[in-house]
Design a protein around this ligand. Sequence first.
Ligand SMILES: CC(C)(COP(=O)(O)OP(=O)(O)OC[C@H]1O[C@@H](n2cnc3c(N)ncnc32)[C@H](O)[C@@H]1OP(=O)(O)O)[C@@H](O)C(=O)NCCC(=O)NCCS
Length: 230
Amino acid sequence: MKARNATATEEPLEELFPSGVVSIVAAERHWNHPLRPEEEVFVSRAVSKRKREFAAGRACAHEALSRLGAPPGFLPVGPHRAPVWPDGFVGSISHTRGLCVASVARSSSLRSLGLDVEQSTPLPSEIVKKVCRPDELSLFDQQPDPPAGTSWPKLCFSAKESFFKCYFPVTTTWLGFHDVTVRFDNRDFEVSMARQDLPSPPREALVKGRWATHREFVWTAVTWKESPPS
Ligand SMILES: CC(C)(COP(=O)(O)OP(=O)(O)OC[C@H]1O[C@@H](n2cnc3c(N)ncnc32)[C@H](O)[C@@H]1OP(=O)(O)O)[C@@H](O)C(=O)NCCC(=O)NCCS
């Protein structure tokens, strides 16, 4: 199987991210890639499934960084499990059963980015209210169901995970699922802070969410771009 990047048409990454973001979807060689010793230490006690997904994510991230011209190095695990990207780069990693993706950009083009992939099966009903706020649920009730057998709560879950992965590296602030509100519009979504006491992206920042369904997965992405100086 060939590695794919944001220019490939089979995956929705081109729709999810602006140009300048390089995404690598794990192929066989990424799943089987040996971890560098400096990275192996972070999963030395993990079960083999976790080691394999961690290694695939690192292999994809290294390939994306290399395509963007980053020097070879390793990607430590930082606070709250966030990858520590090399100076001058931002990125995000996601894995779910059978799929692993890493997306990377130069920090001169984006302040941060977040990516999440999930199985498209609807969110279990007992979890829906833990993830979605009542105002979100009442809007979802008024919208036609999303495609590919998924549900708005599942997309909301993924959108919040993507937002968190984009938000945390900038703010180092933990978020609960009810701390933000997601509004879907066609293939975009907007995320707003539901709590005034938490750091919020500055008003002039461009924070954009995009979503897609492809194969048996939902894909969501959030980008945070500083507005150009006026
Ligand atoms: C951290 C979290 C978002 C990861 O999502 P997930 O669906 O469980 O797993 P994914 O495979 O999609 O993502 C895991 C990757 O996210 C990245 N990640 C983990 N913590 C992160 C953080 N604090 N900031 C940015 N990226 C992070 C890592 O690269 C990790 O993979 P790795 O450990 O192999 O490097 C999730 O486990 C979590 O803790 N969520 C609670 C917080 C949250 O999402 N709140 C939403 C409120 S808006």
